[in-house]
Design a protein around this ligand. Structure first.
Ligand SMILES: *[C@@H]1O[C@H](CO)[C@@H](O)[C@H](O)[C@H]1NC(C)=O
Ligand SMILES: *[C@@H]1O[C@H](CO)[C@@H](O)[C@H](O)[C@H]1NC(C)=O
Ligand SMILES: *[C@@H]1O[C@H](CO)[C@@H](O)[C@H](O)[C@H]1NC(C)=O
Ligand SMILES: *[C@@H]1O[C@H](CO)[C@@H](O)[C@H](O)[C@H]1NC(C)=O
Ligand SMILES: *[C@@H]1O[C@H](CO)[C@@H](O)[C@H](O)[C@H]1NC(C)=O
Ligand SMILES: *[C@@H]1O[C@H](CO)[C@@H](O)[C@H](O)[C@H]1NC(C)=O
Ligand SMILES: *[C@@H]1O[C@H](CO)[C@@H](O)[C@H](O)[C@H]1NC(C)=O
Ligand SMILES: *[C@@H]1O[C@H](CO)[C@@H](O)[C@H](O)[C@H]1NC(C)=O
Ligand SMILES: *[C@@H]1O[C@H](CO)[C@@H](O)[C@H](O)[C@H]1NC(C)=O
Ligand SMILES: *[C@@H]1O[C@H](CO)[C@@H](O)[C@H](O)[C@H]1NC(C)=O
Length: 538
């Protein structure tokens, strides 16, 4: 006995520092409340071993159950909750409660007289539940707010992880800070940005046995306005009055921005994203060139951001062009004309005058008024007949009007053309040419006697007879100008047979031949002169 006692003491002394390291597995063993746990023994039990299971949670140790070769004894406090397998000595505890958390001790008294002891920690964990994310702010403002998200959960021995659209969130030491506490975790986001919290952000609480995730969380972060852009529907410095013109303002903003409008720092009575020209004009703006801008405002961020300016002036388009010209009958070399072109609406900046599509310019004949609104034609000539166009131009429009000027003139002369000779019974034709407006009234005469019934400028005799020979003249007269002209007389001879004479070609040939001959003789003359020796008078 003494020897045994000594050897036991020795064993305790030599193994006291590391008991349990070899007869029980390494703990701790975690179990959820209400569940069962079986504590295994590492060395195989022999049938004569005595197995003693005890429990200690810092207070006095208590016995749980003892297995002797003759049977199992379960202590009163554990009746119905604890059992020991008589074959292997494993302790099974059922329906675990939080109070069961603590160290379970095992003492094995071997048949050989050895005492083996071990200890294993069992932790009875509350289940993980009610994982929720809450924010300290109901809504946040970009760059301004520091948002603290708290993830809380029921359960024991929790660790928390955060994910942002499935990606883990980690502290960056600057804007993002994670702070873990007993049963919660805080994610602090300094100077929050608009995309920080759209996530979805999920928090997961975990212990050794369980994990539960929160519902996806997101928080609206209000931002802007930014990128405030003003866009005119037409990019011109001059906008036609009453046209379908407008300015549209846009901004990136949450919530959507509201807009106010300014003309050279003066606020217009207008709201909304679109400012129409109608509103600009109704409020009397636009007459003078000026800068327009919009200011975008965000009710949540309380920020107001102006757009760049757009510069333009509103110009009345020209309309109601009236072209006035002389109404009296005009006579060349006797009348003058004053043409005037005016617009009833619009400020004209440029006037262009055209005649038959070609630009007119000032001359001694045509005098332009100082503002070019009228032209004065000194003494009308027949060349002044034509279609006159005036163009009135300003920066937003170009209008034109026409005036057809009729200058009556002539006839200044009359001329008869026709054959000099005609064969008996052949037709013959005379033409009287006399420039005149309106066309001249023609009177034909033979030998000074009026040929009655012939008032056209072409006189046709179907069959020439001898009595048609004679001196023909035509008289042209213009009732409007009061002028008349008589042609020189033209002699027609009617013959039985007419000498065709030389053709035009033959005449031309003879003329050329004569010229060549003359040229040759002149050349010969000079040639001979050069060859004759001339004696010097000295
Ligand atoms: C615990 O053990 C008891 C008895 O063996 C059994 O009825 C019960 O279902 C077990 N509980 C669990 C959670 O396994
Ligand atoms: C006891 O353990 C033995 C061997 O591991 C096993 O076969 C048996 O089923 C166990 N008995 C009970 C009641 O669990
Ligand atoms: C979540 O992810 C988005 C997209 O990658 C990122 O912009 C945002 O900053 C992240 N938020 C946090 C809190 O990490
Ligand atoms: C944010 O949460 C709201 C409800 O709270 C949901 O309607 C919305 O779809 C969520 N947005 C994202 C990007 O998850
Ligand atoms: C703005 O002007 C454009 C182009 O003239 C036109 O298509 C659009 O309908 C206008 N919008 C409004 C609201 O007047
Ligand atoms: C944002 O922060 C600035 C300075 O920190 C403060 O003056 C301003 O009032 C804040 N804006 C809002 C909407 O809280
Ligand atoms: C020409 O003008 C003068 C007066 O300027 C006038 O007496 C005369 O009748 C005019 N001649 C014609 C042909 O109209
Ligand atoms: C031509 O007419 C305009 C307008 O009717 C007038 O102002 C101008 O004095 C006139 N010019 C001449 C030379 O008659
Ligand atoms: C027309 O132009 C003149 C000079 O440029 C200016 O003084 C005047 O106000 C303008 N009138 C209108 C109706 O635009
Ligand atoms: C015209 O005079 C010519 C000669 O002078 C004469 O031969 C001819 O018959 C006259 N014609 C008429 C119609 O009198």
């Amino acid at each position: 006995m003494d020897r045994i006692g000594l050897s036991l003491l020795f064993l305790f002394a030599s193994t006291g520092c590391c008991v349990g390291s070899n007869i029980l597995p390494l703990g701790p063993v975690d179990v959820i409340v209400g569940n069962n746990v079986t504590l295994n023994i590492l060395p195989a039990k022999t049938s004569d071993d005595i197995i003693i299971w005890g429990f200690s949670n810092g207070e006095d140790p208590v016995n749980v159950a003892t297995l002797r070769p003759n049977g199992v004894h379960v202590n009163d406090g554990y009746k119905g909750r604890a059992s020991v397998n008589s074959t292997n000595g494993y302790l099974t505890l059922t329906s675990l409660r939080s109070q069961d958390t603590g160290d379970y001790t095992l003492t094995i008294l071997t048949a050989g007289g050895d005492t083996l002891t071990g200890k294993i920690e069992v932790r009875v964990l509350d289940p993980v539940s009610s994982v929720v994310i809450t924010s300290d702010l109901p809504e946040a403002i970009e760059h301004n707010s520091t948002v603290v998200l708290t993830c809380s959960s029921k359960g024991s021995l929790l660790t928390f992880t955060w994910t942002n659209n499935s990606n883990p969130i980690v502290s960056d030491g600057k804007r993002l800070t994670l702070t873990n506490e007993q049963s919660s975790s805080k994610l602090t986001i300094k100077d929050v940005l608009r995309y920080d919290l759209v996530g979805p952000i999920v928090c997961t609480a975990t212990n050794k046995l369980e994990r539960q995730s929160s519902a996806p969380f997101n928080l609206t972060v209000y931002y802007g306005p930014e990128d405030v852009i003003i866009k005119p529907s037409a990019t011109s410095q001059y906008i036609p009055s009453k046209s379908d013109f407008n300015l549209t303002c846009s901004a990136s903003s949450s919530p959507s921005a509201t807009f106010t409008w300014f003309h050279d720092e003066k606020e217009l009575k207008a709201t909304g994203q679109v400012l129409t020209l109608k509103v600009i004009e109704e409020q009397g703006f636009g007459k003078n060139i000026g800068d327009y801008k919009c200011v975008a405002q965000n009710a949540k961020t309380k920020r107001a951001v102006p757009s760049a300016p757009v510069r333009f002036s509103v110009i009345e388009p020209i309309s109601g062009v009236i072209f006035t010209g002389p109404t009296a009958v005009l006579i060349a070399d006797n009348s003058t004309a004053n043409l005037s072109c005016q617009a009833s609406v619009g400020n004209v900046t440029d006037r262009v005058w055209l005649k038959d599509g070609k630009a007119l310019s000032a001359s001694s004949h045509i005098v332009f008024s100082s503002d070019s609104s009228s032209i004065f034609i000194n003494m009308l000539k027949k060349e002044d007949n034509g279609k006159y166009t005036c163009q009135l131009i300003n920066s937003v429009s170009k209008q034109e009007a026409h005036f057809l000027m009729v200058v009556n003139y002539g006839p200044e002369s009359a001329e008869v053309k026709g054959k000099a000779e005609v064969k008996l019974e052949q037709p013959v034709e005379f033409t009287c040419t006399a420039l005149s407006l309106p066309p001249a009234k023609i009177t034909w005469r033979i030998n000074g006697t009026v040929i009655s019934g012939q008032t056209e400028n072409v006189l046709i005799l179907d069959k020439a007879s001898y009595k048609d020979s004679g001196k023909y003249t035509c008289e042209a007269s213009n009732a409007v100008t009061g002028r008349a002209a008589t042609s020189s007389s033209y002699t027609l001879t009617v013959k039985e047979e007419i000498d065709e004479g030389l053709s035009d070609g033959a005449i031309a040939g003879i003329v050329i031949a004569c010229l060549v001959a003359v040229a040759a003789s002149i050349a010969l003359f000079f040639y001979c002169r050069a060859k004759v020796p001339v004696s010097s008078p000295y």
